[in-house]
Design a protein around this ligand. Structure first.
Ligand code: ZN
Ligand code: ZN
Length: 931
């Protein structure tokens, strides 16, 4: 009933998505099992609070505390409000890097926020088997032991690989824990777990039976380094220098008439099956259909016309080598040409290469070029820069190769994945990343899913060696279904890693079984990932989820940027500029790292890592800790129910109303920001509130009040209560961002009576009303104090000096005794009078400080001793003038000017300008004083 009413209300008001969430969240209440008790503070417990915050002593302890209390698996709120995330599984090969740190921090913030907001949260962690990378690492490890992969059987090799996974998988999990992630560890999944593997088989067999999967002889990208085929997106293209050879192909029966073909790979001419020109190219119109001889071997090949030829590139004639070039392969299919394979998988010349057989490609190229030169086949050569494809895992030059591979037909799957974005079933944040996703899907090719390696999901296809039958089956096949022979072998290849990762959103829930979690938590709420794997991973998850669950696997995809080094470069092994998050955590604490990764950063943009930002983050955490320590020591022997804290309005002083109003708006804004995934903005606001509002002002106000002998004990207690109340709200608001320090402080403050902070309620709304008048008043008081402080600094008034009296002309109203006291203490003034007490004559001689609400008059003598000040100024002017003279000597020295680098001369001139403007300013000040 409530929901029906609510939905009408929402429709009527045409509220946005965020508002709906906001309202639902407000209705929700956290079901907290912990009793509501008053808290007693006791100054005797001072030893609980060490003077310095040391994250190393706290973070591991707190993480164990959460685990021991089963905090990550608490089923909190009502079941209809579920929030689920699947963790992008880190590779078992890897060590934690900054990308993981950012990705997991973002997820943890969301998960903690939702959990505290009363949602029933599930965050599934995982590990990826990372087929190619892991296989390469295991091979390296074996090589160091003197073992070659070819010495081992498949089973022996897999045993080594599983040992590897066991060892390194645990390392990365422990590293992820160090970040403070609050995922449901008991749900940990590995892409090669039994349940994930049966999902893989089920999907393969279904796609095969429905005609989506086929086997074909196709040209694929082959990495000789990893010894496997790669999909198109696993090849990265890089500009590099090369030589373009212009070769002569003589016409049949001619000694002098030839066509020139430019190529960067002369060794492939042995596999040429045609030359091609553009049908509209007038230069070659008459040649189409004629035959030419392949240089060196004189094999005859036809000249054909095809639109793919670029008339402007090279000579406008290209050689067609279908077995060793992906475009040529397509041309070959169109023109019914044969393919001649001349290079083996191992990168050696084959039988078909004639006298070059057995040579490595590079050696064969040398020999062939020598022969071409001797035979006068080379017209010219030129140095060029061209795009070369390399393996994205190991960097080896990719060889196009014809082989028998398994493919997924992607057109229909892609169309559905495109539609779901266009129909708003899925949205990318920031929006601009939708384009990357759509562009890839709109230009998608069939997906080569077979890999010639052992580590991974073996293709569930079996071949009968007797009758040749191929059997595609989810279960192991030992006996041929056609001829009953038991001479059956399984396909040797394994599946592309991304095939299993593509099922991750539902395979983690034990699909195809309708597990309880699958029913409750699928589809998931949000996916958090980097922009570099939008098509590798996100697009494939969407395609496969739509196909197999008929649902979009997540509502929102949050895309974050990369963490770059302080010069803005990508962190990489080859540059050696990678930063290990674990080192940072050891030095600064996980909270500081998380703070740095989020504060002020915009989702989707790259982040620059810097030590300064990290130090600033640590400083903030120390500031919070010190504020808490102060409050803890002051708030002895008070007892109150801070959950229902509602002080009587009559007891509140204007500064209390001011801080409570500020708190009220920060709570509302943080909730709105978090609903919109604006983590950086939210944290920035919290930083500002804690540091620039609470610590810099309210705590300072409180010190004055607690020391004021004229105030009643009740009034002081109220101040203490407000301090505690604000701190508690702040700890809750900050908890999703910096969970360790906030939990630690919460435990100290509540003495364990309210359970873990992470299971407490996130502040949604502050009950106290918005005191507009007092907020304005106090903002102006602060402005006055700041302005006086600024003038003191400008005039070098010693910090400890107390000004004897100032006069304030306050436009709005009269300042009360209380406000005057605060200004006196914080601006260091012993007496404040209204400005009407000074004559206009006298006011002209005084130092005036102007703010938006007041004019403050201070006797010049209070701020400085005129005579002393004049002498000081004169000295400074003299010093600057002397320096200018020195610079001029250099600038007038012809000899020096001729020899010195332009940079140095420019610097001297700049210095002179700086000094001149300094003198001008000093003289102005002097003049002002002289009057
Ligand atoms: Zn490779
Ligand atoms: Zn058979």
């Amino acid at each position: 009933m409530l929901l029906v009413g609510l939905s009408i209300f929402i429709t009527a008001l045409k509220l946005t998505f965020y508002n709906i969430y906001e309202i639902i969240s407000l209705i929700l209440r956290c079901k907290c099992d912990f009793e509501l008790l008053g808290v007693n503070f006791c100054a005797m417990e001072e030893e609980k609070f060490s003077k310095q915050y040391n994250p190393n002593l706290v973070e591991d302890k707190i993480y164990s505390f959460w685990q021991q209390n089963n905090c990550f698996n608490q089923s909190q709120g009502e079941d209809r409000y579920t929030f689920s995330i699947i963790m992008p599984p880190p590779n078992v090969t890897g060590k934690l890097h900054m990308g993981h740190a950012l990705d997991n921090t973002l997820q943890d913030i969301l998960v903690r926020y939702k959990r505290m907001s009363g949602f029933n949260v599930l965050w599934v962690p995982g590990l990826d088997h990372a087929a190619i990378s892991t296989e390469a690492k295991v091979c390296d490890m074996l090589k160091r032991k003197g073992i070659s992969k070819s010495d081992l059987t498949r089973e022996e090799f897999l045993k080594y690989a599983y040992d590897w996974k066991e060892k390194y998988g645990n390392i990365i999990i422990n590293q992820v824990k160090k970040l403070g992630v609050s995922c449901n560890w008991e749900k940990l999944k590995f892409t090669m777990d039994d349940s994930c593997s049966s999902a893989v088989n089920k999907v393969f067999v279904t796609l095969y039976n429905e005609g989506y999967i086929y086997r074909g002889k196709r040209i694929v990208n082959y990495c000789p380094g990893c010894k496997t085929s790669l999909s198109d997106i696993e090849v990265t293209f890089k500009e590099q220098p090369g030589i373009l050879w212009h070769l002569k192909y003589y016409l049949k029966d001619s000694q002098d008439e030839y066509l020139t073909v430019a190529t960067t790979r002369p060794e492939t001419l042995l596999g040429d099956v045609a030359l091609a020109v553009h049908p509209d190219d007038k230069r070659y119109k008459n040649y189409i259909g004629k035959m030419v001889k392949v240089p060196l071997i004189d094999r005859l090949i036809p000249i054909i016309a095809d639109n793919f030829v670029d008339m402007k590139y090279g000579t406008g004639v290209v050689k067609i080598t279908p077995a060793h070039d992906i475009n040529d392969f397509e041309v070959g299919l169109r023109h019914n040409l044969d393919s001649i394979v001349v290079i083996s998988k191992e990168g050696l010349m084959l039988e078909t290469a004639g006298k070059y057989k057995g040579l490595k490609v590079e050696d064969a190229r040398g020999e062939i070029l020598k022969d071409l030169v001797n035979g006068f086949y080379i017209e010219k050569s030129e140095n060029i820069s061209h795009n070369v494809g390399r393996c994205y895992r190991c960097g080896t030059l990719v060889e196009p190769l014809i082989s028998e591979q398994w493919f997924v037909k992607t057109e229909k799957l892609a169309n559905d994945a495109i539609d779901c974005v266009r129909n708003n079933g899925l949205r990318f944040l920031p929006k601009r990343f939708t384009k990357i996703y759509l562009n890839w899907l709109l230009n998608i090719k069939d997906w080569c899913i077979s890999r010639q390696i052992w580590w991974g999901h073996r293709i569930p296809v079996y071949y009968c060696k007797d009758c040749g039958e191929a059997i595609v089956s989810e279960q192991t096949v030992n006996c041929c279904s056609k001829c009953s022979s038991d001479n059956v072998v399984q396909d040797e290849d394994t599946l592309d890693t991304w095939f299993s990762s593509g099922l991750w959103p539902f395979s983690v829930f034990n699909w195809p079984y309708e597990s309880e979690d699958f029913v409750r938590f699928y589809p998931t709420s949000v996916l958090v990932t980097g922009y570099d794997i939008i098509f590798f991973w996100v697009a494939r998850m969407v395609m496969l989820s739509l196909k197999f669950t008929k649902k979009v696997p997540f509502k929102d995809v949050l895309i974050h940027g990369l963490v770059r080094d302080k010069l803005g470069r990508k962190m990489s092994k080859s540059l050696g500029n990678g930063i290990d998050p674990i080192d940072i955590i050891n030095d600064f604490g996980a909270d500081a790292l998380r703070f740095m990764l989020i504060n002020g950063n915009t989702l989707g943009n790259d982040i620059r890592f810097s030590e300064e930002k990290l130090t600033a983050s640590r400083n903030f955490i120390n500031k919070l800790y010190n504020a808490a320590r102060y409050i803890f020591l002051k708030a002895d022997n008070i007892s109150f129910e801070f959950k229902n804290f509602e002080p009587a309005l009559k007891d509140l002083k204007p500064e209390d109303k001011w801080i409570l109003s500020k708190l009220r708006s920060v709570v509302t804004e943080i909730n709105l920001n978090l609903e919109k995934y604006e983590f950086g903005i939210a944290l920035g606001k919290l930083y500002d509130f804690v540091w620039n509002v609470f610590c810099d002002w309210y705590i300072e106000f409180s010190k004055i009040r607690l020391n004021d002998a004229s105030l009643s004990e009740e009034s002081k207690v109220l101040t203490k209560q407000i301090l505690v109340y604000i701190l508690i709200i702040v700890l809750k608001l900050l908890h999703p961002f910096i969970p360790f320090v906030t939990e630690e402080l919460w435990q100290v403050f509540t003495n364990g009576k309210f359970g873990p902070l992470m299971l407490n309620e996130f502040p949604r709304k502050i009950k106290i009303i918005d005191f507009i008048k007092e907020t304005k008043l106090f903002d102006s008081i602060i402005e006055i104090i700041k302005a006086i402080r600024k003038r003191r600094t400008e005039l070098n008034v010693p910090a400890g000096k107390i000004l004897s009296s100032i006069f304030i002309d306050y436009y709005d109203s009269q300042l009360t005794k209380n406000e005057i006291l605060l200004i006196k203490k914080l601006a260091r003034v012993s007496n404040i009078e209204t400005a009407c007490k000074i004559s206009s004559e006298k006011s002209k001689e005084m130092n005036v400080v102007v703010t938006s609400v007041a004019k403050i008059y201070i006797n010049n003598e209070e701020l400085f001793n005129k005579d002393e000040e004049l002498i000081k100024l004169q000295k400074e002017i003299k010093k600057a003038e002397d320096n200018i003279l020195k610079l001029e000597v250099q600038l007038n020295n012809k000899n020096f000017l001729e020899k010195a680098p332009a940079e140095v001369v420019r610097k001297i001139k700049d210095n002179k300008l700086v000094l001149e403007s300094k003198i001008k300013k000093l003289k102005e000040t002097k003049e002002r004083l002289g009057n």
